[in-house]
Design a protein around this ligand. Sequence first.
Ligand code: GLA
Length: 440
Amino acid sequence: MVGSNDIWPSQSMLDKVRQRVVEMSGRDGEEVRFAVSPYRICPLGAHIDHQGGTVTAMTINHGILLGFVPSSDAQVYLQSGQFKGEVRISVDEIQFLAHIAESNGSDAAKDLSKPELEEAKWGNYVRGALYALQKRGNHLKKGITGFICGSEGLDSSGLSSSAAVGVAYLLAFENANNLSISPTENIEYDRIIENEYFGLKNGILDQSAILLSSRGCLTCINCKTREYKLIQPPKSKNHLKTEFESAYKIILAFSGLKQALTTTPGYNLRVSECQEAARILLKASRNEQEEPILSDVTQEVYEAHKNKLETNLAKRAEHYFSENKRVFKGLEEWASGNIEEFGKLVTESGLSSIQNYECGCEPLIQLYETLLKAPGVYGARFSGAGFRGCCVALVAAERAEEAATFVRVEYSKLQPDLASHIKQGKAVLVCDAGDSARII
Ligand code: GLA
């Protein structure tokens, strides 16, 4: 288990990455800049962002670090701490293809991800970022030479590592090209990377959390209007660090599953089911001209017509409407500093993901149940899409290490094989809330 209330990224981490960039570029260490892009958790509001629901999020003190220097020309040269190979592309090359995509619809974007155009698979995130920037009319003249790495053991785990990577590249290219882009615009650019470039029908939760969060606050995002606010817990008397903030820790417990199980219905299938439920409810209320997303269906229309939905669709809609309610209740609990009640809502949200949204799989459900039995845990749920990866819990700060030990021991009894694939000491991570993505 790893305890961590450290500042992230640490000086030694920055120094290591800087050294790699110096070796790759032959430039001076002082010229190296860093795009810091944290991972996020979503305590309440799971699987409703793609339906225009309201979600809550915060970042943690771990994430993606991209050290870079601007190139003198259009060349991009990248290496990764996690993945083999290197990426060498030119921003001009992408500009041309992105232009085709813009005029012909998004099919050209699919061509960009054809295997023969890949220098390395992870390089597609770089291409996606360039594609999004250029599609929105930004003129890029300079590439970067950079080294990217994620916090060890935390990739592909349901902590939004893909959005964190996308945001890191966006920030680096914008910085290298002296572009001043707002967080709101970057939320849209990352949406283009995920929805249009990779074809994932996800919502804007991940990148909004990464770009908007502020340590100690709960970030609340209306995914339909894209309005957001930061919910502060009540201040303590000394006004420095709130008692609330030091009262809890975040636990991440890893299942050992990194790939979506082939037998588990995928993310996009669930999104289509939600849309189908919305279509039926809107038709029943003679509103079929509306976009078929559940946020266009009122609670009253849902109650009046839910009997028209077949079992699976009824469960997805029930998840949406019950989760929205938990979010608004949770915002009140957070603002009044009531972490116990907030935690109970997180656990209920986890249960609805299992019973109504029907994501997850046996190991993740066992991990969720184990967390709920651990000492000091206020609430737990799957993290991220919930088809693989990890569970997240909020825990009383003074019991966090004890809870982490409990989960590590008990989970390895339930899933010895999977647990044995997790790197020694990385099965459970105790961490703190973090800040938003930035250039340092
Ligand atoms: C993934 C997606 C998000 C969101 C969550 C579930 O992280 O990328 O858009 O839907 O799953 O809440």
